[in-house]
Design a protein around this ligand. Sequence first.
Ligand code: C5P
Length: 223
Amino acid sequence: MENFAIAIDGPASSGKSTVAKAIAQRLDIIYIDTGAMYRAITFLLMEANIEFDQLDQIEALLKQVDFKFNYINQELHLFVNERDVASEIRSVEVTRNVSEVSAIPIVREILVEKQREIAKGVSVVMDGRDIGTVVLPDAKYKFFLTALPSVRAERRYQQNLKNNLTSQTLEEIEADIIRRDHYDSTREISPLKKAEDAILIDSSKMSIEDVIEFIIQNIYELN
Ligand code: C5P
């Protein structure tokens, strides 16, 4: 079978990365978490005390950054210039600022280029906000995964509990999800939007396993 791409877009905490990772394992293809890349840039800017309007410095930093994804104990870790930033990029502070950083045109321009580069010549499943619309508009399979904000907040809350991350209440998580969705879907460049040819999946009443099966079935049927 020749190389193919699967695009999975959707709002915050809709289960995209869990689903994408499982599909990559089932089909033995590469998984690219584009949200992690925006988070990493946000983390590096904050660490270097670069303000989000210092565009020259942001561009200089972006040009020096090299991304690699590697599995460690079955968890996908993002390495930036050989440095593992997997836990840093999940902090509350990074989550709070990532939407603002990802709305900066030069950030999108350079990261989209890098994402296309990683996807070239291989079969991939890529998740994000603009994969089916902008990054890989020719992807053979496209899905838009969503769920009610309250359902997404509850799932994230449970996942945080499992990972001993207890700094945010359920209400704070839901408020953050709603704020990020609004920011991501109203920004000028590449807003969060379902591609016209993407299959919509509302997982409010589905388990993550159901979503994975649904996508796998669709891929086999569309083939
Ligand atoms: O997927 P995740 O929630 O980790 O993404 C973090 C943030 O990165 C999103 O809220 C969004 O602002 C940004 N993002 C984006 N485009 C993508 C992936 C993520 O703008 N393709």
